[in-house]
Design a protein around this ligand. Sequence first.
Ligand code: 1CP
Length: 358
Amino acid sequence: MEYTNKNFPALKNDRLLKAACGKEVDKVPVWVMRQAGRYLPEFQAVRAQHDFFTVCRTPELACEVTLQPLRRYEHLDASIIFSDILVIPQALGMTVEMHPGVGPVFPEPLKDVSEIDNLKEEGAVSRLTYVGDAITLTRHKIEGKVPLIGFTGAPFTLMGYMIEGGGSKTMSKTKEWLEKYPKDVHRLLGLLTRVIIDYLVMQVESGAQLLQVFESSADHLTREQFIEFSVPYLKDIRSGVKTKLQEKQLDQVPMTIFAKGGGHSLDVQAEMGYETIGLDWTVDPVEARKIVGNNITLQGNLDPQDLYKTPEEIKKLTIKMTQKFGKQRYIANLGHGITPQTPLESMTVFTESVHEAV
Ligand code: 1CP
């Protein structure tokens, strides 16, 4: 059989999509950010053989690691395509390396605003077709067991990595740009937004059934800065994807915004048009629901560190969390990615407890 984006197997478990669209569910859907990752020995085995970006760029390998958590954890209600948010800076012509134990490193980050002009916007999405190919192959290999999530980094988060040259505790260089060169910053954020819209549409065309936008560095922004440097672009991404899918006569897909540290702006986030808002663990579920109202789905938000507790404690905390959010318009997840040393059993307890909870 030929693997094309036209003949996908029928979806058997649509809890995630139903919850995202506000339809009734039999059980609360659950998945975990970074569920394909370093805590899994089978993932480590693939990484021992292949460089990180080789896995991203080889559809068979990306598909294999995307499927790994599904094989181990029968309660997972979604998969997320294995890739990284930093493939966009790469497609714009920047070099990104993944250093074991360190994380992503840009040998030549943006040092001056004049370097924005060197970024290769034209053709950027055509240099990311390998992500689409991985999505199409994975949609077939999942055999309709669960939906496949596509994703991107949000403009501000990507810009931060491009300026800092990797992860940063302080984001000092990025903050200096926000203060000194707001016009150039907006130009760069606009460029990233255009690429992201086309990249997400390409993912849907390839088979992605829900899209998540990671604004992982929102925790560095004040509410005012979030409103100036993140919100307009997140809005443009949501409306741009909707319009382009319509133009291409593709089915609409629900979208999730996860702004880590964005708990100060849930009222603003609720106006951005996303079906689902992801919460980190600092936000109280009941308070969040009061702020966003009843027409938005919430996702989250167990502290990833809670998965280092005993199975009994994990179960108790997970049930408490799920009950606080309630059964409808809710997708269970952690409040950020699962961390590398997490015991394998913790994922079993977490996912199982969500399904038992309400
Ligand atoms: O060597 C390795 O294997 C590196 C570990 C790793 C993995 C497994 C990295 C490096 N990226 C990934 C995969 C990944 N990245 C996924 C796969 C799908 C899944 O969730 O299972 C996803 C969705 C991401 C997204 C991503 N990459 C984000 C947003 C989510 C988040 O955690 O906030 C961010 C910020 C990145 C950058 C990145 N890539 C890798 C690391 C260690 C980091 C963070 C670096 C830092 O700032 O500390």
